[in-house]
Design a protein around this ligand. Sequence first.
Ligand SMILES: Cc1cc2nc3c(=O)[nH]c(=O)nc-3n(C[C@H](O)[C@H](O)[C@H](O)COP(=O)(O)OP(=O)(O)OC[C@H]3O[C@@H](n4cnc5c(N)ncnc54)[C@H](O)[C@@H]3O)c2cc1C
Length: 377
Amino acid sequence: MLLGRSANEDGDAGIDYDTLVVAAGARHAYFGHDEWETLAPGLKTLEDATEIRARILTAFEAAEVEPDPDRRRAWLTFVVVGSGPTGVEMAGQIAEIAHETLRRDFRNIDPSGATILLVEAADRVLTGFPERLSARAARALERLGVTPVFDRAVVDLDSRSVTVQAPEGGVERIPARTAIWAAGVRASSLAGMLGEVTDASVDRAGRVAVGPDLTLPAHPEVFALGDMVQVHDAQGHPQPLPGVAPTAMQEGRYAAKAIRARLKGSVRPPFRYIDKGNVATIGRLKAVVDLKGLRLSGTLAWLAYLFVHLFYLVGLQNRLLVFIRWSASFLTRGRGARLITGQGPHTQLPGTHAEPISRQAEPERRTDREQAVAGGR
Ligand SMILES: Cc1cc2nc3c(=O)[nH]c(=O)nc-3n(C[C@H](O)[C@H](O)[C@H](O)COP(=O)(O)OP(=O)(O)OC[C@H]3O[C@@H](n4cnc5c(N)ncnc54)[C@H](O)[C@@H]3O)c2cc1C
């Protein structure tokens, strides 16, 4: 059956449609090492975010009760893989958590002594930005307490270490108990499925090819949009569009207008992407902005970043609510929810289930911290 137009052969109820719009996005890409996903989660959904928060907070808790200095150092070493906008923001946030949020929360460890490594295969952070802004972002990260590690590709991961390789082949194993993946995405599996049933080509990132009107070849009734597609022009050449929200939003608007136009019996001209520039945040009052020749860094760039993100939220109420929350969190430097949630083995303290704790740890102290974790702070 091609793109089920009614109940399928197995008897499952299908939904009839005149026009189908598919925009299933992308997930993290582990370059053939899917087994790394549990070791180094990526940030895509709210669930991912709470899992990553739990891992970061658990690592500090585990370091607090770990008497062995080498093992404590490994708990206090955080590796972020990939220095695009997501990796840069993630590393900056971990540094702020270590230096500010948790500064006074522990008795045995100094959280600000944590090592935060931002591992990047290229020779600079934020390769989508001009070199000058990349250099400024790297300096801002260093001031926050992040160490960018350039020209190193991650070649192996386990629950205790990250192994990186230099271009000339030297391999280094970094003891680290927390790794976070921000090194690339792969289109939703729906893209491959659509390619299979329509004979549309699928590229190495798993994106299905759509024509200049954002429909699948020979299927004008099926639009595919956003991170899961690669747009081709009328000559069949792929267009290098960035995998960012403005691309997906412009494509969404185009599809809506094309459908409306069809209902009126007319045809829209091909989709044209309008590049509005690039923004990336690093930390409090630190960002870089490249808006059509206007290149900013520091506080002004950070304010521009906030403005752009508020502006594109849907509805005035959402904008106001987010603005109030951001203002409160900025003024109080608050990170209210320091909850460790979830049941995964990575969110358990050493000595509770997954991880044998050293015999030298004080049992009654461990119990206190376990209670604190279970009840939140
Ligand atoms: C941490 C992070 C930060 C980012 N920050 C920025 C930024 O600051 N600026 C920027 O421009 N871009 C940013 N991006 C990129 C931006 O989020 C994406 O480019 C954009 O969301 C793509 O839109 P989309 O509609 O294609 O996919 P998505 O927004 O990913 O939406 C796809 C939706 O489809 C759902 N879905 C998937 N499969 C199915 C299925 N089989 N059935 C039903 N539903 C399904 C998914 O759950 C998801 O809700 C960021 C991305 C990440 C991960």
